[in-house]
Design a protein around this ligand. Structure first.
Ligand SMILES: C[C@@](CO)(OP(=O)(O)O)[C@H](O)COP(=O)(O)OP(=O)(O)OC[C@H]1O[C@@H](n2ccc(N)nc2=O)[C@H](O)[C@@H]1O
Ligand SMILES: Nc1ncnc2c1ncn2[C@@H]1O[C@H](COP(=O)(O)OP(=O)(O)O)[C@@H](O)[C@H]1O
Length: 270
């Protein structure tokens, strides 16, 4: 009998997301700066028959059915486990909650399946949960050197968006990648300047499908963000602020003015 293991499943954020091509099987080639945050879900794994209990603010939006990525991860690892998922992140929201949960279950089980990407294109990057340049379909991973601190606010309008639909709605699939060699991110200013010169190519089609995303970006800009952008296939948007105090003040103001939204202040995971 071993002690229960608790694993943090940090939110994944695409600071940039360039869609540079499409394979014959329909999957897209990506070039993305992926970072991990200090907000996230929490997974606890104990000995026992395979089971899943959901807790936390977004538990009601998920079912503990066999398709849940926590259970799929344990089955891929070939292991029984009593899993508890504290669901703090909104579901299907472009910040990798399900992928982060699956990766956390694999870490907690000490499992290293040969093909973790079978659980989702974002699972390989979430396994290490360190800041990474992610290319290919999500499997070409180049860890980044330590990054300067960032002060973020995340905003989600509590509307979920279908990832395949957003990819299908792209106007072009052959957009330019990020530069081959990334600059040294000597301070937050250098990182933000670089990110500002890049894109999330999924943002325009996502806004066309869900105009409320443009409202989220406008609200972040109005609250003083030095840069605002959508993460992943949406709908979560992030704003970058000058200081933790600025980010917290913006979070409080945005949350007070938009009671239906999920709004969180966060730094980068250490
Ligand atoms: C877009 C990204 C960017 O980080 O993030 P999210 O919006 O999911 O957070 C990911 O590539 C998503 O990863 P993940 O959510 O694990 O994707 P999967 O379940 O494997 O795929 C969902 C669907 O997205 C599309 N897809 C995904 C990855 C990829 N490289 N090309 C694609 O075309 C496919 O239509 C696929 O059926
Ligand atoms: N543990 C889980 N957490 C979140 N979503 C899950 C989980 N298990 C299965 N899913 C399903 O996976 C899909 C993608 O969810 P999620 O990973 O949160 O999206 P995204 O990567 O866009 O943030 C959702 O439609 C959801 O129903």
């Amino acid at each position: 009998m071993s002690a229960p293991r608790r694993e943090f499943a940090p939110a994944k954020l695409n600071l940039t997301l360039h869609v540079t091509g499409q394979r014959a099987d329909g999957y897209h080639l990506l070039d993305s700066l992926v970072v991990f945050l200090d907000v996230g879900d929490v997974v606890t794994v104990a000995d026992g028959p395979l089971s899943l209990e959901l807790r936390g603010p977004f538990a009601a939006e998920l079912a503990a059915d066999p398709d849940n990525l926590c259970l799929r991860a344990a089955r891929l690892a070939g292991r029984d486990a009593a899993i508890v998922l504290e669901k703090n992140l909104p579901v299907a929201s472009g910040i990798g909650g399900g992928s982060a949960d699956a990766a956390a279950v694999l870490r907690a089980l000490g499992a290293t399946p040969e093909h973790p990407e079978m659980l989702g294109a974002d699972v390989p990057v979430c396994l290490a949960s360190r800041h990474t340049r992610m290319q290919g379909l999500g499997e070409v991973l180049t860890p980044l050197p330590a990054l300067p601190p960032l002060h973020l606010v995340l905003v989600n309008p509590r509307l979920s968006l279908s990832t395949p639909l957003v990819f299908r709605s792209l106007a072009r699939r052959d957009n330019p990648p990020m530069p081959d060699a990334l600059p040294d991110f000597v301070d937050a200013g250098a990182l933000i300047t670089f990110v500002a010169a890049c894109r999330n190519d999924l943002q325009p089609p996502a806004i066309a499908l869900m105009p409320q995303i443009a409202d989220c970006l406008a609200v972040l800009d109005g609250a003083g963000a030095v840069l605002s952008r959508m993460s992943g296939s949406g709908a979560t948007c992030f704003g970058l602020f000058d200081s933790p105090a600025d980010a917290q003040a913006a979070r409080d103001r945005i949350a007070a003015e938009n009671p239906g939204w999920w709004v969180a202040a966060s730094g980068l995971a250490s």
